[in-house]
Design a binder for this molecule. Sequence first.
Ligand SMILES: [Zn+2]
Length: 528
Amino acid sequence: MRSTLLTNQWHRLPREETRRLQAKKLKRYLRDVVIPFSAHYRRLFKAEGLEADVIRSLDDLQRLPFTSKSDLLNTPDNPERAREFILIPDQQVLGRRPSTILRVLLSGRESVRRQFSSEFRPIFLTSTTGRSADPIPFLFTAHDLDNLSVAGKRLFEICGAQPEFRVLNMFPYAPHLAFWLAHYGGMAFGVFVASTGGGKVMGTEGQLRFLRKIKPEVINGMPTFVYHVLHQAVETGDRCENLRRIVLGGEKVPEGMRRKLRSLARELGAGDIEVISTYDFTEGKIAWGECPFPHDQPSGGYHLYPDLGIMEVIDPASGEVVPDGHPGELVFTPLDGRGTVVLRYRTGDFIDGGLIWEACPHCGRRVPRLLGNISRSSEFKTMQLDKIKGTLVDFNQLEHLLDDVEHIGAWQLELRKHNDDPLEVDELILHVQQRNGMDEQKLVRDLRARFIAQIEIQPNRIIFHDADKLRQLQGVGTQLKEQKIVDHRPDATKRSVAPSADRGFADEPNISTTAAGDGPVEELEVSI
Ligand SMILES: [Zn+2]
C-alpha cells in the first residue's frame, strides 16, 4: 500500500499530478476505511447522500461537510462523542474483501489477523488540552505510529538535521503531540535524542545540566521555555558552542523571537544558528516544519506531506476554498489515518500567506507549503473597554508586537477586571523584563506608541520585573506550558471567539483512556 508514487515521490511531483494522486487516494481511503468503519462518518455520509465515488478530482473534497471541535465535544445525550470518530473495523466486511482472501491464501490467517490488529487496534494516544471543555483523546494504532515516525523523520530532514547531531528535546513530557513527535521522529531519523521532559519535570537547572553534558547541536522545545533556558544559561556563564539549530513548536514563533534566540545563541558562543518553526495540532496527528533559510529572506513556510493529508485554506465566513496564496482558515483531512479520524477538520487557525505550490526557493522541494504567520481564533479576545460594548482584540498581533521589541526579554499580558469587580471594565496589564539597560520611561513611551499603532488601545499599566519574577509569573517549572497571556477575569474560558485546533498543551491533563482498546477491535478475527 505504501509503495505508491505519491509516497515515494512526495516532495518531487508537479501540482496537478500530486492533486490527481491525492484525489485517488482520498477516494480509496473513504471507500475502504472511513465510511465502513467510522460510526460518525458512516451516518453522516448516509444522511447527506454521499459516497466515496463523489470524489472524482480533489475539488470534490469540498462536497464533504466540515468537522469542528464542537462535533467532538461530549453532550448530555452522548457523553463519549469522540468514540464515534474512532475507526472500528467490521470483521465481516474485512473478511469478505478479495484482497483479504488473497492475503490469507498467501500468508496465512494468523499473519493477516496480526496485520489487521496492527492497522486498527489503538495502542497510544495524545490529547487536547481541555481548557474550555473535557480533553479529547486522539487514538493512534501501530499504523498511525508508523506515520508519526515517517512525518517526524521528514521533519528532521526538512530542518536540515544531520545523523551525527545530538538533540536536546525540551518539550514537556505529557500525552502531547510535540514531545512524541520529537521522540519518534528522532528515532526514525536515527539521531541521538535526550528528552528532559521540560521545566515541570526537571526545572531550569535540569535543562542546564543536560546542556552542559550533552552539548547539543539541536534544541527542540516551546519558544518561551527555550528562551528562558538560554537566557538563564547566559546569566550563569554557560556555553553552548555546538548549537546549530533551535526547532520550535507548540506556540507561534514571531520574527522578533527568532532574532532574540539567535542573539542568545551568539552570547553562548554558538555562532549564527537556524531557528526553525514547526506547526501541529492534536487533531492532525502529525507536524510540519520549515527548512533552513537565509536570515535576510522570508521563510519557505511549513512544508506539507501530500501523501499523508490534504490541507485546504478556506474563507472562514463562506466556507469556500480560497485561491492559492490567499489568507484563510486551515482545514485538514488525513489520507492514511487510523484510530481517531476527523475529515475536513476546521482548525480555527488562520494563515496570512495562504497555501502555495511553487518549488521551495530554499530547499527546492515541490510540496504544498503554508506561508506566513498563523493566528489562532482562541487568541482573539473580547474586551470590555467601556461599559457599552465589547471590543475584539487580536492577541496574536500583540504577541508579534512584544517579541519584536528589542529591549524587552520575557513578557506577560494580563487581563483583569478594574478593581477585580466583575461589573467593571477590563484592564490590560503588561509585565515585562527590560533588557540591555534601556531607560524605563523611554521604553514605556515606545511600548505605548506600538500598542496604539497596532491595536488602538494601550495597556492600563506596564510593570517591570526581573527575570526571576517573570519566570514565576509565566509558571516556568510549575506549568506544562508557560503563560504569556493570562486572563484573570471571571469566566475567562468562555470569552474566546471560537473553539480552535489544539496544540496539545494543558496545565493539568485529565485524560480518560476508556475509549482505547475495547469494542470489536479486541476480538478482531478474519472469517472467510
Ligand atoms: Zn524548503
